[in-house]
Every structure is written in C-alpha cells, then in structure tokens.
Design a protein around this ligand. Structure first.
Ligand SMILES: N[C@@H](CCC(=O)N[C@@H](CS)C(=O)NCC(=O)O)C(=O)O
Length: 204
C-alpha cells in the first residue's frame, strides 16, 4: 500500500505526476503547510526535515522527492516509463534529477521567496537568483540543442523533477523561458501527457 503525504506545491506534484504515469493506486494525505501540520510530531516521525513529499510504501518511509522518484522507478516501473531500462539513459535520468535538486529547485524556490517577501524587497537576492534561473534555463536549452525530446532522451524522472517548478515560469510567460523556444517546446511536450495534467491537480 502506497501513501503520499503531499501539498499543493511543486515538490509534492513531482510525485503525484510520477504515480499517475505509473498508474499506481495510492492513498493521499494532504498536509496543510499553512497550518504547520508538517511540524506536528506525527509528521516529524515520518520526516524529521518537516517537508513534503513523503512516501510510505508498506513499511518503507522515504522523503526527498528525488529519492522517492528513484524508488518508484526501481520498484514500480517494470516498463521504464519514468526510469529508463537502458543503462546510459537510466544514469542520465538520475543525473538530471540530481541537477534539479541542486539547480532549479533551490534557485527558483529562493527567488519566489524573495519576490513574495513583505515590505522592502532585497533586490540583490532577486538579481542573484533570477540570474541563476536564467543561466540554468540556458543549460537546459543547450542540452536540448541536439534535438532530443526529453532531458535523458526518453521521458524520465529528470523531466518530472523539473516540470512542476518550471511551470511557474511558463505560466508567467517569463522572458528567460519564452526567449528559448526549445525549452518552451520541451515544457509543452511534457504538459501534453495525461498523467501530468492529472498529477499537477493533486491535491486539489
Ligand atoms: N528537497 C526537498 C524539498 C521539499 C520542500 O521544500 N518541501 C516544502 C514544500 S514544496 C515543504 O514541505 N516546506 C515546509 C517546511 O519547510 O516546513 C524535496 O525535494 O523533497
């Protein structure tokens, strides 16, 4: 039995997108972050880092979205729908998943926090993080330059890690993305997948 502890945020949606792609039945627990449910002892017992997503797969409890996706790929993906079977593509998928956790994830996260900050904004922080997001989108553009459809070749956890975060940039029609048609086309290819539409709406 799989249980996903999640919320209406990009890190949580990585996992609902993957579960929908794999067609796995799962129970959903909506953790209300605004009400600080992640700080309650029951949740801290699952993840001492007090963050969603957390996945319970029978007796196994996993936190960190990249680790959860890797687990789903290893245990629940016989056809290689999110974790390719070809060894080189598989390692590329893992590489791009790690690339997101150290790249787009923290930089876009901190940019969002700097922009949402009440009162006087810290322009230096905004410039640093927006500059890094722009640079990272340039890296993705360069990766897609050889005509591949997805980061690792076939669709994979590498794309799933990036999509929910970059969806903000796409929806805002922000220039760092819109000036890169290859990146826009990649986002739109991912968006066309029915499992992405479904997973991005979870939890409602
Ligand atoms: N590196 C973590 C980041 C998870 C994360 O930042 N979760 C946020 C929501 S998107 C959260 O639960 N924040 C609540 C808190 O920090 O108390 C992952 O990839 O799973």
């Amino acid at each position: 039995m799989i249980t996903l502890y999640t919320s209406t945020t990009p890190n949580g949606r990585k996992i609902s997108v993957a579960l929908e792609e794999l067609g796995i039945d799962y129970e959903l627990v909506h953790v209300d972050l605004a009400a600080e449910e992640q700080l309650k002892p029951e949740f801290l017992a699952l993840n001492p880092n007090h963050k969603i997503p957390v996945l319970k797969d029978d007796d196994l409890v996993i936190w960190e979205s990249g680790a959860i996706l890797l687990h789903l790929g290893e245990r629940h993906d016989p056809e290689g729908r999110i974790l390719p079977k070809d060894p080189a593509q598989r390692m590329a998928a893992i590489q791009y998943a790690f690339f997101q956790t150290g790249g787009i994830g923290p930089n876009l996260g901190r940019l969002g926090a700097a922009l949402r900050k009440e009162g006087e904004k810290n322009q230096e922080m905004i410039d640093i993080f927006s500059g890094e997001v722009d640079r990272l989108l340039g890296v993705i553009d360069r990766i897609l330059e050889d005509g591949r459809d997805h980061l690792a070749g076939p669709y994979s956890i590498g794309d799933i890690m990036h999509y929910p975060w970059l969806r903000f940039v796409y929806d805002l029609k922000a220039p760092p993305m819109m000036t890169r048609p290859r990146v826009v086309a990649w986002m739109e290819r991912i968006a066309e997948r029915p499992a992405v539409t479904k997973g991005m709406a979870i939890p409602a």
